[in-house]
Design a protein around this ligand. Structure first.
Ligand SMILES: C[S@@+](CC[C@H](N)C(=O)[O-])C[C@H]1O[C@@H](n2cnc3c(N)ncnc32)[C@H](O)[C@@H]1O
Length: 234
């Protein structure tokens, strides 16, 4: 079973959308499990304080190392060998390769920051890997953690019944190259609002369909993602 522990100041945010659809079914059938932990439970004063002003001055508050540290000690004692991650705009940007890597871990723990983030010494002491979901700032790590969890768990055996579906997605690395965005999709009705679907898709010629899809995937990637296009051409 793939286990994810989440450390958050808003533990009720979980499982949220992760309880729906395929992810929810997989959770019910025991393919993965989620343990949502309230960092505030480790606070030591009657106000359950978890943050304080930054040394050196400046805006906002910082999550205290002693409180977060106690939560990490507890989760690592209960989950020996768990991989520690911190959702952080400073981290390496998450991608499909990282999702594959994390889906192969048995047990991961994701720390969700709030305020200005967490005390740097916690990252150092527990050698926590920082992961960003992109070059923008969210209010907290919860939504970012959900994105990471969702991307990982759909790679687990049994979550998506037809595994070939994964290979043909953008970044999938299957019959379509891992650096290509996915081709466009169409379904019934064949004519909608005066627009018909490309003839090749209703031709029944599988080789021509594959050729068309590759061509469209290349066109889209070239137009939208010059970074991926450069890697693909190499
Ligand atoms: C308001 S943000 C803190 C931003 C931080 N002061 C900075 O400028 O890098 C609060 C928390 O949201 C989460 N967060 C925000 N943007 C994120 C992103 N792009 N990827 C992952 N986590 C993010 C992190 O856990 C962060 O500690």
């Amino acid at each position: 079973m793939w286990k994810v522990n989440v450390l958050s100041l808003f533990p009720k945010a979980f499982p949220g959308p992760l309880a729906l659809s395929l992810a929810g079914k997989a959770m019910k059938s025991g393919i993965w499990t989620l343990n949502s932990i309230d960092i505030r439970d480790y606070a030591q004063d009657k106000h359950q304080t978890v943050d304080d002003k930054p040394f050196g001055g400046g805006n906002g508050m910082v999550m205290r190392p002693d409180i977060l540290g106690a939560a990490i000690e507890d989760v690592t004692a209960k989950n020996p060998g768990t991989k520690l991650l911190y959702m952080s705009p400073r981290g390496m940007v998450f991608n499909q390769a990282k999702a594959v890597e994390l889906s192969k871990e048995n047990n991961i723990t994701i720390i969700c920051g709030r305020f200005e983030g967490i005390d740097e010494r916690v990252i150092k002491k527990y050698q926590i890997e920082e992961i960003s979901i992109g070059d923008f700032i969210l209010s907290g790590g919860e939504i970012a953690a959900m994105a990471v969890i969702d991307a990982c768990l759909r790679l687990l055996n049994g979550v998506i019944v037809k595994n070939s579906a994964l290979l043909e997605e953008s970044f999938g690395g299957g019959s379509f190259h891992s650096y290509l965005l996915e081709y466009p999709h169409y379904t019934r009705p064949a004519n909608w609002e005066g627009m018909s679907v490309p003839d090749v898709l209703v031709s029944g010629n599988h080789a021509e369909v594959a050729k068309w899809r590759l061509q469209k995937a290349e066109e889209l990637t070239k137009a939208r993602r010059p970074d991926l296009w450069g890697k693909y051409k190499k």
